[in-house]
Design a protein around this ligand. Structure first.
Ligand SMILES: *Cc1c(COP(=O)(O)O)cnc(C)c1O
Length: 447
């Protein structure tokens, strides 16, 4: 580790330059606020028109989705999740941590998104649909004004079966892309990292998806997937580390969240700040949502990313400016965490570049604490999430009790407004976890 150079500097030089790295690499739980927040950024690769374009594409597919996934009928073929108040959980958090969390606490239940039960049902499914639309338009099967429900027939499936889709995944992205691609008729291969849970591989294989397993971590699975896809011109590779399509699929969540908040009579403005806590792996999911939220709410929304103490790739990338030019292993961390959705050692530079001036801060959380939140949330609100999805819960606690959090509130003149604030915890996955696996998680939270 000592001799390796990152962007021309030894690890020790990075450690000297950024003292927080000593805590991060120990690894300790840290709470960090972003000094670049609200500084001017250069021209952005994506705009609000791109988000609208993505939202419109999902609308075009709504009739198809309703037809092939009847569980989406209730939402008229739109994949969206509930936003619910969780006052009992808030109470428990305040008692356990002996502090007050001013404002309302809400849970965004992406855990209960239809089809694949995680936040990946946004980005992953969107990118597959976009690819399918491009092929179908190119072949003259549909026009943009067709009823896309037509795509659910044998002839279209046969066309798609001549094409393949590949992706590298720690689990949930593979689930979304695998299920959606197989439904359309594509041949689909998911390259799974060693962290991927057995039940996720089983679900995919049961749907006819080819699953290739690796002994190594996520970066390797992506690299192999990319390599194999390059060999086959009919193969489309969904690149979690660089995809603007995935990112836009996530970003669509923001305008829909605005509508949900309006329906609940929750204001977001100068006097009513909104805090959002998002579990982060490569950063595409939380990055896309942050990008969208900033378009909707500007400086009135404050977004914090949460990572496991063993996999803080986004935090280190943002803190040091190294972006994706390192992996957490370079800093002596093992990237081993029960939060499989967040077990990522190298961040997406695409996401980092876009959110570097939009992000309020990052923090890390230990696995043990994830289980404790899992247990408490189940007991208080009867909602069951997978470990990754609980990382958000530590956010409001750290914001209120860490000096970095208090300084952030002071610097942005938020202290007096906190009673009128809302905190949204983004619950990113869990409804598809098999019962016996969930019982085991729950038990770990009691230990
Ligand atoms: C993938 C995932 C995330 C994070 O998304 P990234 O795009 O990898 O940052 C968070 N929670 C769960 C459950 C996930 O599967």
């Amino acid at each position: 580790m000592e001799s390796k150079l990152l962007e021309g500097k030894k690890i020790q030089q990075w450690m000297d330059e950024f003292p927080l790295l000593a805590n991060i690499t120990k690894p300790e739980e840290v709470f960090w606020t972003n000094l670049d927040y609200r500084k001017k950024n250069g021209p952005q690769p994506l705009t609000v028109e791109d988000i609208n374009d993505a939202a419109n594409r999902l609308e075009r597919f709504a009739s198809y989705m309703m037809k092939v996934f009847p569980e989406t009928a209730e939402m008229k073929g739109i994949i969206e999740s509930p936003l619910i108040p969780i006052p009992r959980m808030k109470n428990t958090m305040e008692q356990k941590y002996d502090l007050s969390i001013p404002g309302g606490l809400l849970l965004k239940c992406d855990s209960h998104l239809p089809i694949s039960g995680s936040i990946k049902a946004r980005g992953g499914i969107y990118e597959v649909l976009k690819h399918a639309e491009e092929l179908a338009i190119e072949q003259g099967i549909i026009t943009y004004s067709s009823d896309y429900a037509f795509l659910d027939n044998e002839k279209c499936k046969e066309l798609f079966s001549k094409h393949s889709i590949a992706v590298g995944s720690t689990g949930n992205l593979g689930l979304s892309i695998g299920i959606m691609s197989a439904q359309l008729g594509f041949q689909v291969t998911v390259h799974m990292s060693s962290d991927a849970k057995q039940w996720k591989k089983d679900v995919l294989r049961s749907k006819g998806v080819k699953v290739i397993e690796y002994q190594s971590d996520y970066s390797k699975a992506v690299e192999e997937g990319r390599k194999q896809a390059l060999l086959d011109p009919a193969c489309y590779f969904i690149d979690d580390e660089n995809s603007s399509n995935l990112f836009l699929g996530y970003a669509v969540a923001a305008s829909r969240l605005r509508r949900q908040l309006e329906e609940m009579n929750i204001k977001v403005d100068e006097e009513h700040p909104l805090f959002v806590y998002l579990p982060c792996g490569v950063g595409g999911g939380p990055g896309g949502i942050t990008f969208g939220l900033k378009e909707e709410f500007g400086e009135h929304v404050h977004c914090f990313f949460a990572e496991p103490t063993h996999s803080p790739c986004f935090l280190i990338g943002q803190l040091t400016g190294l972006q994706d030019k390192f992996s957490v292993q370079d800093f002596g961390l093992d990237n081993k965490t029960d939060a499989d959705g967040l077990a990522v050692g190298r961040a997406s530079s695409f996401a980092l570049k876009i959110v570097s001036h939009l992000l309020s801060g990052c923090y890390t959380i230990e696995d043990e604490r994830l289980y404790s939140f899992l247990h408490d949330l189940a007991n208080t609100e009867n909602v069951f999430l997978e470990p990754s999805a609980l990382a958000g819960f530590f956010g409001p606690i750290q914001l209120m009790r860490q000096s970095g959090g208090q300084n952030y509130l002071k610097d942005h003149k938020l202290k007096e407004k906190m009673n009128k604030a809302h905190h949204i915890i983004w619950g990113t996955g869990g409804s598809m976890v098999p019962k016996e696996v969930m019982e085991e998680y729950y038990r770990k939270g009691t230990e």
